[in-house]
Design a protein around this ligand. Structure first.
Ligand SMILES: [Zn+2]
Length: 272
């Protein structure tokens, strides 16, 4: 019996000690992140998930790890990365998300009119193209700073009902903060898109490198322009309630390989 137990332990323990980044980021659930060990080649391997390039960094100056964003729509079970034609498997565990019911006075924000729908489609297209950008830079830090000083309000992934009608799930994390509170870049990055959108209001997109992209929404004021290079902690705008918002707050999206994932993972606040 003791032998069987020892054997089982050998089989379940990783072949090497997990580093800080793996412990921080490996939350393999829909809307989470899978960290996949890619070995210790001399140069960085190129990994793809669902055909899209994936963030690859060195852990503890030793091994390469892929940090894979898992879309909310992915089913639990076995999944794989493509690394130079070879499959590297990882498991996605189930996670259930709660419901949230929101009442909006402006019915047009629940059921937009045909002109609004044209605008929404155009804006979605522009934002999707921003999320699909992939720059070769290494992120300055993967343990992010909180973008505002304020308590977390709405978590990521809530199934949302506006005036009783189900709409897209909550794609980001909300912070309660007063209008005018400065919003700071949680890591260094380049401003790749700004806009004033139907749902998101005044918005800034920041590329932190290798498909890791932040979006900040509902701003009262945007303080940067496309092409600006931001250092970690640089102020990019102020909290507001523009777009579809019931009151002032910051909505923050984090995207990896074009998958919107739970930002709480990157500030060490993830809870199952
Ligand atoms: Zn939100």
């Amino acid at each position: 019996m003791r032998f069987v137990l020892a054997l089982l332990l050998c089989l379940t323990l990783p072949a090497h000690a997990e580093g800080f980044l793996t412990r921080l980021l490996n939350k393999p659930v829909p809307g989470g992140v899978a960290v996949v060990d890619l070995g210790n080649d001399a140069s960085a391997p190129k990994a793809r998930y669902d055909g899209k390039p994936v963030l690859v960094v060195r852990e503890d100056d030793q091994r390469w790890i892929a940090i894979v964003g898992i879309p909310l729509t992915v089913k639990a079970g076995q999944h794989s990365l493509d690394v130079a034609g070879k499959a590297h498997g990882f498991r996605v565990e189930p996670r259930t998300y709660r419901e949230q019911h929101i009442t909006l006075k402006n019915q047009r924000q629940v059921n937009p009119n045909p002109d609004d729908l044209k605008r929404i489609e155009r804006e979605l297209d522009e934002q999707t193209r921003a999320y699909r950008q992939f720059s070769e830079r290494q992120p300055s830090n993967l343990l992010f700073d909180k973008p505002v000083n304020g308590p977390l309000s709405s978590p990521f992934g809530l199934r949302r009902f506006f005036n009783g009608e189900e709409r897209n799930p909550h794609s980001g994390l909300d912070f309660a903060a007063k209008t005018g509170t400065p919003i700071k870049a949680p890591a260094a990055g380049k401003v790749i898109l700004t806009g004033n959108y139907f749902f998101n209001g005044k918005t800034v997109f920041v590329d932190h490198g290798q498909g890791l992209i932040s979006m900040f929404c509902h701003l009262s004021q945007v303080d940067v322009k496309v092409g600006d290079e931001l250092v970690r902690g640089a102020v990019l705008g102020k909290v507001g309630a523009t777009g579809r918002a019931t009151g002032p707050h910051l909505h923050w999206n984090v995207s990896l390989n074009d998958a919107r994932i739970d930002p709480s993972i990157f500030i060490g606040a993830f809870k199952l």
